[in-house]
Design a protein around this ligand. Structure first.
Ligand SMILES: Nc1ncnc2c1ncn2[C@@H]1O[C@H](COP(=O)(O)OP(=O)(O)OP(=O)(O)O)[C@@H](O)[C@H]1O
Length: 848
């Protein structure tokens, strides 16, 4: 193949190819582009001047230019022409205005000026938009002018609608009459206005809604659930038909190009030398000049010019689903009576929802839809970023073969493929330089992208969009998921709704500097659960040392909250109460374990299934177990004030509570190692990191940097195990949460909040321990265990007898009082005073 190639390049052909290259590079030169742009823009300005002048001087010039050719007018001289731009301008303006599109002919030079600016790279208005406005303006504007202005000002030298407008207006008047024309003009104005400013569409919508809502019932504050069904839930807006058409065109264009290129490549492949390119000073600095072909994989796409390979993907929003507020599920079940009139209730499955069978889930209209302005992709921004990335990399001697952009709600991911031989670490080290050249915060480089064979550069969008809670809750994905504790957290940078099952996490650590979106994130988690879980299926323990964050949930106390018996408030704000509550949760966990053991099942799900099938007897202590979600805001404050007292029960719950349906979400704005300790970290594999101020903080939360490069306002990294996903957290505002709580709170609830088990305080436990007359039933067995193992360890007793920490602790205190073991020695096991079983039996006999 190599030989053939060499033969083909005869000495005469070589200079020709060189010349061709030079011409191509000259045409593509940035400066040449700029000059071309200036020329086109000046032509546009000249034409515009001619037209403007025509309105003032056209009457005087008309007789000199009408019914003449251009050459005749020019030859006749300019001395008696009044138009500011001479005979040529006068002739052109007469043709454009009177013979073509009238007043709106001015759009033609304006479009030329735009083209000039575009070539100069000096405007960000999209070409398609400009072309559409010009074409539509010429047609619609000329007809409108002919209809209105030619009637208002008939006796001037100007044909306001031009020949085109007059002709079409006549045809229209004959076919649809003047009311039809007026409607058409209104339609034209609407289309132009909406195309120019999307916000005007919302204004029109608002006006129409206000107009029509005056006929609708006005009870907005407390819509009866039944009434909600009258309103169609608001769906997230889909892109318009035109936008979808253009997106489709964009998608198929690269495909066609690829096909074409493949054909070329196949032809070329047979007779070209495949050579690996080593970047040299000459070749690496101009993508467009290079003709080298990358050897691997088989050439299907020419690597250069990169400019033509730029693919911008705008992922569609997830399809939203209409939320049916579980009306069917909640309808009170009719009791089936046997012929004898006896209820068959006992034979039926147990229905945990029965006590609150009329409960209605919050409706979608309680959540706000955020109009985020024009969602069209700013192609200029995309191109600009692409150019800057390419140039920055090139400045460091890195050439790339392709670049692709995926535009998300707040971040755009640029995926690049570097040329063979480029070290990935080199690109990774350029993070700051790329950030500098793009003048943007929040740039993150993912090198390499897992499973993709590319390198990702995440760049924040200039115009970030709010991801509304409404959009994620109403998404089909969330509505149709059958997770035990589903949480809709937000959207990924590829616009996919991100949901997870809290039971699978099984606990979540949330961290981020102040004001970066933690509280909103916690509210998003709680809101998701409220939209999916019935009060009988889930209870929450809300701990809020800041005292203000969770107050809004007090309305749902009798539906969803759990608290200590005799406690006044369900939202825990006092640190001493936090310790008690956590100890109580530990007891609940132990109790649940005992019940699971008795029922011979391993998880709360299996247990509840058995209970629903009425295979567990409530008289033997069995009960339906709702999931318990413990949410702790500002966990750092608690650790600072109560230290180990808080850390230990949290660690215990985190270690064990998963199987019994208890899950924790803890948040802190101080992601330091004395707050997120090794114990906490080990038990919280799932982490949500909002923006933090330093790389060290990021490492404390995620075990890697990244959270320090986020942009705030809900921008976050979600890590579970080894995977790390960038997500824009859904935004739910306090008034929205308040409305949801009120909606639930107004409905009939249980008589009281879910009661957590009472715990014996340390003092009480201590008193009981010394009272050997009231020994635990396991006392003898525990004593034998300790003596046999010669190890005074509470956890040994716990493990062996599968009992809770509190009970094992009490047992150990009783063993101490009986002189079997010594006192506590910090973290070391207690000393065992009885050396053998024989001595022990004698001691036990004496105690009986
Ligand atoms: N997902 C989001 N989308 C858009 N804006 C957000 C989002 N999350 C937070 N914000 C903005 O950031 C502000 C602060 O958020 P938030 O109150 O959740 O911070 P925080 O981390 O809890 O702060 P602190 O720790 O001081 O309470 C909000 O008022 C809102 O304007």
């Amino acid at each position: 193949m190599a030989k053939r190639k060499r033969k083909r390049q005869s000495p005469r052909q070589k200079p020709k190819q060189g010349q061709k290259k030079k011409i191509v590079s000259f045409l593509k030169n940035e400066r040449v582009h700029f000059i071309w742009g200036v020329i086109v823009a000046f032509i546009g300005i000249f034409m515009l001047l001619a037209i403007i002048s025509f309105f003032f001087t056209g009457a005087a010039d008309q007789s000199k230019v009408i019914n003449k050719t251009y050459m005749e007018v020019v030859r006749s001289g300019t001395s008696d022409i009044d138009n500011w731009t001479g005979a040529g301008g006068a002739y052109m303006a007469e043709r454009l205005v009177n013979d073509w599109f009238g007043l709106f002919s001015a759009l033609i030079p304006i479009f030329l000026i735009y083209i000039g600016l575009k070539i100069m790279n000096a405007t960000s208005l999209s070409f398609l938009k400009a072309l559409f406005i010009t074409a539509f303006g010429l047609i619609g504007g000329s007809v409108s002018s002919a209809f209105i202005l030619d009637r208002l000002f008939p006796n001037t030298h100007v044909k306001w609608g031009g020949a085109h407008g007059i002709q079409i207006e006549r045809i229209l008047e004959n076919s649809i009459g003047w009311p039809g024309i007026i409607l058409l003009i209104l339609l034209f104005i609407t289309i132009i206005v909406v195309t120019l400013r999307k916000s005007s569409m919302y204004k029109i919508q608002e006006t129409l809604i206000n107009g029509t809502s005056s006929f609708a019932p006005q009870n907005e504050t407390s819509p009866a659930p039944e009434e909600d069904d009258w309103y169609e839930p608001e769906k997230e807006k889909k892109p318009g038909l035109l936008k979808r058409f253009f997106t489709w065109m964009k998608k198929i264009k690269p495909l066609r190009e690829e096909q074409h290129e493949q054909e070329i490549a196949e032809d070329e492949e047979t007779d070209q030398i495949v050579q690996r390119k080593t970047p040299t000073a000459n070749t690496t600095h101009n993508f467009t000049e290079s003709t080298t072909i990358s050897p691997k994989p088989p050439v299907t796409k020419r690597p250069f010019p990169v400019e033509n390979d730029f693919e911008v993907i705008v992922p569609e929003d997830d399809e939203t689903a209409i939320h049916i507020p579980h009306a069917e599920e909640n309808k009170p079940k009719e009791e089936t009576k046997s012929p004898e009139g006896m209820t068959q209730e006992l034979e039926e499955d147990y229905d945990p929802r029965k006590d609150l069978s009329s409960f209605r889930f919050p409706t979608m209209n309680l959540l706000k839809i955020y109009n985020t302005g024009d969602r069209a992709v700013d192609m200029d921004e995309q191109n600009e970023n692409k150019e800057k990335i390419i140039h920055t990399l090139r400045n460091y001697g890195i050439e790339i073969t392709s670049i692709k952009a995926t535009v998300g709600p707040t971040i755009t991911l640029y995926e690049i493929v570097p040329q063979a031989g480029v070290r990935i670490s080199k690109i990774r080290n350029l993070e700051d330089d790329i950030a500098l050249s793009l003048s943007a915060l929040g740039i993150r480089i993912i090198a390499p992208m897992p499973g993709k064979g590319t390198i990702g550069i995440e760049v924040p969008n200039k115009d970030p969009q709010i991801v509304s809670m409404q959009s994620v809750i109403s998404s089909k994905r969330f509505q149709e998921c059958d997770y035990e504790l589903p949480v809709a957290l937000g959207k990924t940078i590829t616009n996919e709704v991100f949901i997870f099952d809290l039971t699978k996490m099984p606990h979540l650590l949330v961290a981020g500097a102040t004001g970066q979106g933690k509280s909103v994130g916690l509210n998003a988690i709680i809101t998701s659960l409220l939209y999916k879980k019935h009060p009988s299926e889930m209870k929450m323990v809300l701990i809020d040392p800041k005292m203000v964050e969770f107050n809004i949930y007090s309305a749902v106390e009798k539906h969803y909250l759990a608290k200590l018996p005799d406690e006044e408030k369900a939202i825990i704000t006092d640190v001493t109460k936090v310790t008690q509550t956590l100890n109580s949760l530990t007891k609940e966990m132990d109790d649940r374990y005992e019940l699971l053991m008795k029922a011979h099942v391993r998880t709360v799900k299996e247990y509840n299934e058995k209970f629903v099938k009425r295979r567990l007897n409530p008289e033997k202590g069995h009960r339906y177990m709702p999931y318990i979600v413990v949410v702790i805001d500002e966990f750092g404050d608690l650790i600072m004030t109560a230290g180990k007292e808080i850390e230990m029960p949290i660690a215990r719950i985190a270690q064990k509570a998963r199987a019994v349906g208890m899950h924790m979400v803890i948040a802190t704005q101080r992601p330091t190692t004395n707050i997120i300790t090794g114990t906490i970290k080990a038990n919280f594999p799932a982490r949500m990191a909002f923006r933090v101020t330093s790389q060290i903080d990021s490492r404390t939360i995620l075990d890697m940097s990244g959270a320090n490069q986020l942009i705030g306002r809900g921008d976050m990294l979600f890590s579970q195990g080894s995977s790390l996903i960038r997500i824009q957290c859904a935004f739910v505002d306090t008034p929205e949460v308040e409305e949801i709580s009120q909606y639930i709170g107004k409905q009939r609830g249980y008589d009281a909040a879910f009661a957590l088990p009472e715990v014996i305080s340390d003092m009480e436990a201590g008193a009981g321990a010394t009272d050997l007359g009231d020994r635990d039933p396991l006392f003898d067995e525990a004593a034998r265990l300790i003596v046999v193992h010669q190890q005074g360890s509470t956890s040994l007793i716990q493990r062996k007898f599968s009992i809770g920490y509190n009970r094992a602790g009490r047992l150990m205190d009783q063993l101490e009082a009986a002189g079997i073991v010594g006192a506590v020695q910090g973290s070391k096991p207690r000393e065992v005073f009885i050396a053998d079983e024989y001595s022990l039996e004698k001691l036990l006999d004496s105690l009986r």
